[in-house]
Design a protein around this ligand. Structure first.
Ligand SMILES: Cc1cc2nc3c(=O)[nH]c(=O)nc-3n(C[C@H](O)[C@H](O)[C@H](O)COP(=O)(O)OP(=O)(O)OC[C@H]3O[C@@H](n4cnc5c(N)ncnc54)[C@H](O)[C@@H]3O)c2cc1C
Length: 416
């Protein structure tokens, strides 16, 4: 196989938030770096689609600058002159009139808060377990509590580790980038040496220099940073030679759940409240959460998670839109059917360079984030949202993990 590049200090695999943060930090320290990216664009699961007919920048992956007061990407956005929107998210109150009356909403929120308190208490026990064990049997709000888990964690509660759920930190301050979160990460990647459309296949660490086999040739490097999703590692889409079974097992125990979005254009959108939220159903797990008029745009953004999202992905935009419209007209009334038009939908589980949306630990495996994050032989390093101890499953967690890995690499290569 041909040699792709002269020997470099560091090959970074993946130009998502983690790889971009690492690439920038390594270059700033004077190291020679090449970022290897399988797609034709930077950003990975941060992707703003600007191709809709309405011209709205649609975040198909991450949209919220979570924990905004501790999120370094807020200041990065402002430095680049992007607009940071501080409008509060509409997650705490629903706009659905009689289909989910105020008293019912209060009852649901109390049941949900009590459930989260039980999880917090259970996390103190030495034993880990599935979050679903802490639902009260027969409680009427269980399906909706589980549906919310599919949005937050990408999975139903029976596959979610209590300890991992508890380790997540959320300051409950959430901003957005008007131009798109994906657009922000793409801007931050500008000027980085990236080889696009290049799939990394095998990291050969048998010799003195690391050899990275890619679809475009071999790269020789002193260090390699793996900044791909856990499912890419767990499925063997990227391999190690000799094998690193401990790393692959860690990745497999931190699978990506599924979360997807659909965008519908709304005719006469002014009849809907701006920046409000609605659950499709309150009595089943397979349901969407709908955000009316985000940024005041004439759109509804539907959010689906877990098995529901995975199944809808099979049918693409039409399936997501049909499902969303059925749920919406049940609440809003049949006259709305002709006012809702499909615009775009994501399909992250079927995306070959992601294979899912964000990571969660399986019950019993919360400790695997640290196992995955640890360097191997001080030459192969690991970053990505799944490696962050507290901000996993987010873009800022990915970004911070890339900076952490860059520090480790500099220490190992004796860079300043
Ligand atoms: C629908 C959805 C909504 C979300 N909402 C939010 C949110 O509101 N706020 C938030 O903070 N986070 C959110 N997230 C999560 C956030 O997008 C991710 O946690 C974050 O972007 C992951 O970054 P990363 O660098 O770890 O991985 P990735 O973005 O997956 O980057 C990995 C990169 O590696 C590339 N790659 C993969 N395999 C190979 C290979 N073999 N060779 C070369 N390149 C390869 C990929 O193409 C990709 O560019 C959301 C995600 C989804 C899907």
């Amino acid at each position: 196989m041909m040699k792709l590049h002269d020997q470099i200090d560091v090959a970074v695999i993946g130009a998502g938030a983690a790889g971009v943060a690492a690439g920038r930090a390594l270059l700033a320290r004077g190291l020679s770096v090449l970022v290897v990216e399988g797609r034709s664009r930077a950003g990975g699961r941060a992707f703003t689609d600007n191709s809709s007919a309405g011209g709205w920048p649609l975040d198909m992956g991450c949209g919220w600058l979570h924990s905004a007061n501790r999120n370094p990407l807020v200041s990065e956005a402002r430095t680049l002159g992007l607009h940071v929107d501080e409008t509060e998210p509409p997650w705490r109150s629903q706009r659905q009139g009689e289909s989910f009356a105020t008293g019912e909403q209060e009852s649901f929120r109390a049941a949900q808060a009590a459930f989260y308190e039980r999880l917090e208490a259970a996390a103190l026990s030495p034993q880990d377990g599935a979050a679903s064990q802490h639902l009260v049997q027969g409680e009427r709000w269980n399906p909706l509590i589980d549906a919310v888990s599919t949005y937050i964690n990408g999975t139903e509660l029976d596959r979610l580790s209590v300890k991992d759920y508890d380790a997540y930190q959320d300051t409950e301050i959430n901003f957005r980038v008007t131009e798109g979160y994906g657009a922000l990460i793409a801007r931050l990647a500008q000027g980085l040496p990236v080889t696009f459309n290049t799939k990394a296949q095998v990291i050969d660490h048998s010799g003195r220099l690391l050899k990275l086999a890619t679809s475009a040739g071999i790269i020789e490097a002193r260090a390699v940073l793996v900044a791909v999703s856990t499912n890419i590692m767990a499925t063997g889409a990227l391999r190690f030679s000799p094998a690193l079974p401990g790393k692959v097992a860690a990745a497999a125990h931190l699978p990506l759940g599924v979360a997807d979005k659909v965008f519908l254009e709304v005719e006469g959108a002014q009849d809907l409240p701006e920046n409000a939220r609605l659950f499709g159903r309150t009595d089943r797990v397979d349901t969407g959460a709908y955000h009316y008029r985000p940024f005041g745009r004439p759109l509804i953004e539907g959010y689906f998670g877990g098995a529901c999202a995975r199944e809808l992905e099979e049918g693409g935009l039409a399936a997501f839109a049909d499902f969303a419209i059925e749920e919406l007209v049940t609440v809003l009334g049949g006259q709305w059917r002709k006012r809702l038009k499909p615009v775009a939908a994501s399909g992250w589980a079927r995306d070959p360079f992601a294979l899912g949306s964000y990571s969660h630990a399986l019950p019993g495996y919360a400790d695997q984030r640290a196992v995955l994050a640890a360097p191997h032989d001080n030459r192969i390093f690991f970053a990505g949202e799944a490696t962050h101890p507290h901000f996993f499953s987010t873009a800022h967690g990915a970004w911070m993990s890339g900076q952490r890995a860059a520090d480790e690499i500099c220490a190992s290569l004796n860079a300043l």
